[in-house]
Design a protein around this ligand. Structure first.
Ligand SMILES: Nc1nc2c(ncn2[C@@H]2O[C@H](COP(=O)(O)OP(=O)(O)OP(=O)(O)O)[C@@H](O)[C@H]2O)c(=O)[nH]1
Ligand SMILES: [Mg+2]
Length: 378
């Protein structure tokens, strides 16, 4: 739906959830091929980077004999996990043609949704060797897509292997050293995981523009990236909604802002990504509206929010111009982003009750709106 500030309809919870879902379905999922020999740590990496332990909980559909597609409705990414790359000779050639044929079939559709966008080629740092066959694999795949070389299970400071790989001048866009899951050593010593955020950043840069939003949602290793992207998107959206063309509206018509504000919170929710975002949104919206009924709640939300903002009383009889509208809405966006950031730090949102979430939403909104608008609006 496209809202304008001349739109004075009120909204039901139903409308909001519909918009949330439509926006989610609109995201283009990145297709990432995760290649490497057995045991290098592909599944461990998938579970560490993506939400909801994707390698365990996502369905693994065989695409071909040696490619398994891992996906889950609530996590907007498609992963293609390889099997058998360690095999030798004839079997290896067969697997190569099988995987390349699949990539080419997808290429021919000329549809960004079908293309394989990127490969993570995984080599175990522990093995301290890269075989001739692997170099051949990387060269072959690099003609089809960008490759990020992932050196997995790396727990040593020794740079010798990394240098050796560097000297090979492989056709990869980047190399990342990481430890996907903490590793227990002797004497109760544990090496913490690291490098995941780095892989997320590089992947984000390389993926096609159309798939970036879905990737930001699907990954869980870099919450800052979610915050950054949500802020960036919100600022652009607010500027275009309340910019030069904005005609001042009477304050009594501030319901006209609600459509835009609802678009804002649904998009932010989908930039972050939550396991059951509909239920979460329902909780958040009813907390803001002060009611959980599915009747018209837009007016209630905007009323409750404006009450929190110092200074609003002083211009209640006047007009809202573009600057004021954008200040109010920016505060709303930033308060909501704070809430999403906090919620993202929970591995399992089921730890929180409906009441916990409602309380968190209210507290953060009050804090953010009171502080932010003291100078700007009051
Ligand atoms: N602690 C720790 N263990 C790891 C890590 N990566 C892999 N492992 C261990 O190494 C073994 C193999 O890892 P997987 O993630 O199953 O490897 P894979 O590449 O998916 O293997 P296949 O599915 O057979 O191709 C498992 O026992 C993992 O627990 C890591 O980053 N940290
Ligand atoms: Mg595996």
């Amino acid at each position: 739906m496209d809202y304008t500030t001349t739109d004075k309809r009120d909204f039901s919870l139903e409308d909001i959830l519909e918009e949330l879902e439509a926006d989610f379905k609109n995201m283009v999922k990145p297709n990432i091929l995760i290649a490497g020999k057995t045991g290098v740590g592909k599944s461990t990496l998938i579970n560490s980077i993506f939400r909801e332990n994707l390698a365990q909980t996502g369905t693994g559909m065989p695409v071909t004999q040696h490619l398994k597609k891992i996906s889950k409705d609530s996590v907007p990414v498609n992963l293609f996990d390889t099997k058998g790359l360690e095999l030798k000779d004839i079997a290896r050639k067969e697997i190569q043609s099988e995987i390349v044929a699949e990539i080419e079939t997808r290429e021919k559709t000329n549809d960004v949704k079908e293309q394989v966008h990127l490969m993570w080629y995984c080599i175990s740092y522990e093995s301290e060797r890269i075989e001739r066959e692997e170099i051949e694999w990387i060269r072959l795949f690099s003609e089809k897509m960008p490759i990020i070389l992932v050196l997995t299970q790396c727990i040593s400071d020794d740079e010798a292997f990394a240098k050796e790989i560097d000297n090979l001048n492989l056709p990869v866009v980047n190399t990342v050293k990481l430890l996907a899951a903490p590793k227990k050593l002797m004497g109760n010593f544990e090496v913490p995981s690291y490098g995941l955020g780095n892989l997320v950043q590089l992947t984000f840069q390389v993926l096609p523009e159309a798939t970036k939003k879905a990737f930001v949602n699907a990954q869980k290793s870099d919450i800052k990236l979610k915050v950054e992207q949500a802020k960036k998107w919100s600022m652009g959206f607010i500027a275009s909604s309340f910019g030069v063309g904005f005609t001042p509206i009477p304050f009594s018509d501030s319901i006209a802002l609600v459509g835009i504000q609802i678009t804002l919170i649904t998009k932010i929710t989908n930039i972050f990504g939550f396991p059951n975002s509909k239920a979460l949104m329902q909780t958040i919206v009813s907390a803001l509206a002060g009611s959980s009924t599915a009747t018209l709640i837009g007016k209630a939300i905007v009323g409750n929010i404006f009450k929190l903002i110092p200074g609003v009383g002083t211009f209640a009889g006047g007009m809202i111009n573009g600057t004021v509208a954008s200040t109010l809405t920016t505060s709303l966006a930033f308060a909501y982003i704070k809430v999403c950031e906090k919620l993202s730090s929970f591995e399992d949102l089921n730890e929180l009750s409906h009441e916990d979430i409602a309380k968190m939403v209210k507290e953060n909104f009050e804090k953010e709106l009171r502080n932010k608008n003291k100078k700007e609006v009051g």
